[in-house]
Design a protein around this ligand. Structure first.
Ligand code: ADP
Length: 163
């Protein structure tokens, strides 16, 4: 069985993330979407909301599971005996950070863990969670960039905040 983890903040999931989820769930027998919960980081959606979104979006994908994690990714991988990390690559700007992380994770796992990179679909080349948050916070329309559920939750979030 080939199992993989797709880790990230997913704050919130965009269509770019979703595309990587669909493609990697076809490549592996089992895929875990691992939502990071780093106490030092400020998220727009709390971990329960981010897990809820990911679960809703993948409820029809039988080989996809959603979990949350605090701490080092490598600890989760070793504990669960998973040897593949999925990451998406967009512009050149992603490369340096991803390169460093992939090497660090390989080194920390005594060369057991490999990172598999999927190139973004050209439609989502420019898409990031921060761009989505920026547009939504200014009342912009993000439909077409994020799943409908996310678009609805963003509207609710920013309406609440402006009240
Ligand atoms: P992190 O905080 O771990 O970078 P993100 O939620 O920003 O978490 O991203 C998780 C992964 O998804 C990263 O590998 C990132 O490069 C990838 N990703 C983000 N947006 C896109 C996109 N539009 N197309 C392809 N991959 C993407």
């Amino acid at each position: 069985m080939k199992n993989a983890v797709y880790p990230g903040s997913f704050d919130p999931i965009t269509n770019g993330h979703y595309d990587i989820i669909m493609r990697s769930s076809n490549l592996f027998d089992n895929l875990i979407i691992l939502i990071s919960n780093n106490p030092a980081k400020k998220y727009l959606f709390n971990v329960e909301q981010r897990v809820y979104i990911a679960k809703e979006l993948t409820k029809d994908l039988k080989n996809v599971k959603v979990m949350e994690h605090q701490g080092l990714l490598i600890d989760f991988l070793v504990e669960n005996e998973i040897y593949y990390i999925i990451r998406g690559l967009r512009a050149v700007s992603d490369f340096e950070y991803e390169f460093e992380m992939a090497l660090a994770n390989r080194w920390m796992s005594e060369r057991k863990v490999d990172t598999v990179f999927l190139m973004t679909d050209e439609k989502y080349f420019y898409l990031s969670s921060s761009l989505i948050k920026q547009i939504s916070s200014l009342n912009g329309d993000v439909s077409g960039m994020v799943p409908d559920l996310v678009s609805k939750m963003l509207k609710e979030k920013y309406n609440q905040e402006s009240q």
